[in-house]
Design a protein around this ligand. Structure first.
Ligand code: FES
Length: 206
């Protein structure tokens, strides 16, 4: 009976993110996400991931709400949010660029790429452009070392990125045109798992 109630709530909790931007934080939507996961084992992480994806960050009020809804202490929830780098505690821009500064990427020019991105966007790591379009973050491995230097743009992984790609992506994002897919990426000889492009043939996958 209890399981059926959970399934019904899960079905009812059809919440979605506005295309290309985040939904403003609200208590109601947060409760919907909680209801969707509350019957799972260890619901906190999936809830936090979904909130992060929906709102772009974990609102401080959500921490209190999750603690009371999941019967946890505020310190427990806060501890998880602050421990994992994937979770933000303040709102991000419409798009997030994550630039890898891990060892493999550094050896392939990530520092130069980082300097270029900082200069081009005119912000520091962890900051958002004044127009609210782009947030720039640094990470220390995206699991794409074989195709370094790597970046993640709006959740999509890109490998063998050079300055022209960085510039194009950030410029397009600020103009609200997406990131321009993988144009300008120095494509490997074989078709990459991260880029559907084959030179001279067909279209890219987005
Ligand atoms: S070090 Fe950059 S993807 Fe692994």
């Amino acid at each position: 009976m209890f399981q059926m109630g959970c399934a019904a709530r899960r079905g009812a909790a059809m919440v979605s993110k506005t295309s290309g931007s985040y939904v403003p934080w609200s208590k109601e939507r947060t409760i919907e996400v909680v209801d969707k996961h509350r019957c799972e084992r260890g619901p906190l992480m999936p809830i936090l991931h979904e909130l992060q994806e929906m709102f772009g960050y974990i609102d401080p009020d959500a921490v209190d709400l999750l603690a009371s809804e999941l019967n946890l202490s505020k310190a427990d929830v806060h501890g998880v949010v602050t421990f994992y780098k994937d979770f933000r505690s303040d709102s991000a821009g419409d798009s997030v660029i994550r630039l890898c500064r891990g060892e493999a990427c550094q050896s392939m020019g990530a520092e130069e790429l980082a300097r270029h991105a900082l200069e081009h966007l005119g912000i520091g790591f962890g900051a958002t452009t004044p127009d609210g379009a782009v947030t720039l973050e640094q990470v220390f491995c995206l699991g794409n070392c074989a195709l370094s230097p790597a970046v993640m743009v709006e959740g999509r992984l890109k490998g063998r990125v050079d300055e022209s790609v960085s510039t194009r992506s950030s410029t397009n994002l600020r103009r609200g045109r997406g990131d321009g897919c993988c144009h300008g990426v120095r494509a490997p000889r074989r078709r990459s798992a991260f880029c559907g492009r084959r030179r001279g043939r067909g279209r890219h996958r987005a």
